[in-house]
Design a protein around this ligand. Structure first.
Ligand code: SAH
Ligand code: SF4
Length: 349
């Protein structure tokens, strides 16, 4: 059964017309979904009972079933594992920080890119998420927050999966979230992170979207990058950076580069200097994130001291650089880790 978030407003109107229902009923459903965040057909109390039943027969309610949830010790980060209709599982994380309520959402079950340090990459690729499944993660938390008088302030597309490998569905989900008649979530408050699929960076550039672009770099030479990220054999560092330069030139928007600092691997002064020379003159920002260790990779997180030394080299070269602390690290609030854990537990059982 499809999720109610798979349809545009026009598609709801068309569907309701085929059911012999007036257009304003479709608008009531739309309002219920995106402004009241209804998660059950029975909640649409402004619809006649028969129509509520019909909704329940044709669409999946609740759209996502939470399987497990973990909260960090400070209570600020919540990670939920959701069950999809075919039994697959994905996760989405809510991070509270001062006034920010940032959601990290998934775009695929698993990932085909195989980055060696990444829990999702270690799972391999299962399938793409539909646009509705991507939207549903946001609506789940929008509902939770609304019950506490709060709202989502930012969305990062940095959960499981490579969004540019699932381009159409990801963009359809963004459009749905952005719809002025619906949830109306501004593109400028969304950040999408990609491993660096060059043709899709170019397509994204051509579409002139307001969504912030982040690129996972993690290494400043091809040999090292290929050893960490197999995709680099297809799209080299230079090709990725050229696509980024073109993006900045054409959109006048800043690019964010992500760098997971792995002790003794890519946290050396030599890598920092190489990175500084690669990024010279580019409108960008670098986010340094100490590696979140995963079961399938022996690399360790950098130390605070090494991270600061790396940062200093970039800053001296005039490149704005932030060291990000992984929030909720003890609940494995990183890329694919809850889903893999759950799988391991199942396998053991
Ligand atoms: N597939 C996309 C988005 C999801 S991953 C991408 O790769 O960009 C989001 C970010 O988390 C990426 O920068 C990714 O490289 C990083 N990441 C993955 N595993 C990590 C780990 N174990 N520790 C730190 N960062 C990690
Ligand atoms: Fe996929 Fe991103 Fe993980 Fe690489 S880091 S395996 S692209 S999810």
């Amino acid at each position: 059964m499809p999720l109610p978030y798979e349809l545009s407003l026009q598609e709801w109107v068309d569907l309701f017309q085929s059911w012999g229902e007036p257009a304003y009923r479709a608008r009531q459903v739309w309002h219920g979904l995106y402004q009241r965040f209804y998660q059950a057909a029975g909640e649409f109390t402004d619809l006649p009972l028969a129509l509520r039943h019909r909704l329940a027969e044709h669409f999946r309610f609740p759209p996502l079933i939470p399987l497990a949830s973990q909260t960090s010790q400070d209570g600020q980060t919540v990670k939920t594992l959701f069950q999809l209709e075919d039994g697959q599982a994905i996760e989405a994380v809510l991070m509270r920080y001062e006034r920010r309520r940032t959601l990290c959402i998934s775009t695929q079950v698993g990932c085909a890119m195989g980055c060696v340090f990444c829990a999702t990459g270690q799972m391999g690729f299962r399938r793409h998420l539909t646009a509705g499944e991507i939207v549903a993660q946001v609506m789940y938390y929008a509902r939770q927050l609304a019950d506490q008088g709060e709202r989502v302030t930012n969305i990062v597309i940095m959960g499981m999966g490579e969004p540019f490998h699932n381009y159409e569905n990801t963009m359809q989900a963004i459009d749905r979230l952005n719809d002025p008649m619906g949830y109306h979530f501004g593109e400028r408050r969304i950040t999408l992170s990609t491993v660096g699929l060059v043709p899709m960076i170019r397509r994204f550039t051509a579409e002139r979207r307001q969504v912030n672009l982040a690129i996972s770099l993690h290494a400043a030479d091809d040999a090292l990058r290929s050893s960490l990220m197999p995709v680099n054999r297809k799209y080299s560092l230079e090709e990725v950076l050229q696509a980024c330069r073109d993006y900045v030139r054409e959109t006048h928007r800043r690019v964010t580069f992500e760098w997971a600092l792995i002790q003794g691997v890519n946290d050396t002064p030599e890598q920092a200097r190489r990175l500084a020379s690669l990024l010279k003159g580019l409108l960008c920002h670098v986010n340094l994130i100490p590696l979140n260790p995963t079961r399938g990779y022996s690399g360790k997180a950098t130390t605070g001291e090494r991270a600061r030394a790396f940062q200093a080299i970039l800053e001296q070269a005039g490149i704005p650089t932030t060291i990000r602390l992984r929030r909720g690290i003890e609940i494995q609030a990183g890329c694919g880790q809850l889903a893999t854990q759950e799988r391991l537990q199942k396998e053991r059982a």
